[in-house]
Design a protein around this ligand. Structure first.
Ligand code: GNR
Ligand code: NI
Length: 175
């Protein structure tokens, strides 16, 4: 397993705006990518990661929302995930993104979604998501469609966020 570099909006905006393509087959090569993504996510650390964040434009997500509390690690894998339905009820959560480092803001999304996806073994699954799981899976599926959480903010806030990440990256370069 290998920790891969995570793309960020200061340098890799065009790549992050791409729409990822569906996976044809869940094979060993795809599982190797998912293993690398999970290790990269834990190292970051983060609670979710989409393949495009490591530069691979395919519809694959890894997640572990148990991380950070005392519960044991619970890695999850989602291949070709689809939202079948979403609640009318909305939920507001303060989001962050490894591709928009150090920026946090509130995003409103449906509180519950019904999902269909293939798991690590290529088995078709359906599941309801709520709470942080619902927030995270919607944030990650947005990445597969080239959408970042800052795209849900006002243009002023989005522009400020990108400028802030660029400034921090430049300061890091000059240091
Ligand atoms: O680690 C992450 N935390 C997080 C917090 C609130 C809402 C969404 C997320 S996902 C983020 C990791 C990431 O950027 N995934 O794409
Ligand atoms: Ni993200």
């Amino acid at each position: 397993m290998t920790i891969r570099d995570i793309l960020t909006v200061d340098a890799d905006m065009a790549a992050l705006k791409q729409k990822s393509t569906p996976v044809a087959a869940v094979d060993d090569a795809l599982r190797a990518l998912m293993d690398d993504m999970l290790e990269t996510m834990y190292d970051a650390p983060g609670i979710g990661l989409a393949a495009i964040q490591v530069g691979v434009p395919v519809r694959v997500i890894v997640m572990d929302i148990a991380k950070g509390n005392e519960t044991p690690a619970e890695p999850r894998y989602f291949v070709n995930p689809e939202i079948l339905s979403a609640s009318d009820e909305m939920f507001v959560y303060e989001e962050g993104c490894l591709s928009v480092p150090e920026i946090f803001d509130e995003v409103e999304r449906p509180a519950r979604v019904r999902l269909r996806y293939l798991d690590y073994h290529g088995k078709k699954r359906e599941e309801d998501a709520e709470g942080l799981f619902a927030v995270c899976i919607q944030h990650e599926i947005d990445h597969l469609n080239g959408v970042l959480f800052i795209d849900h903010l006002s243009r002023l806030k989005r522009n400020r966020a990108v400028a802030k990440v660029k400034k921090a990256a430049k300061a890091e370069m000059d240091a």
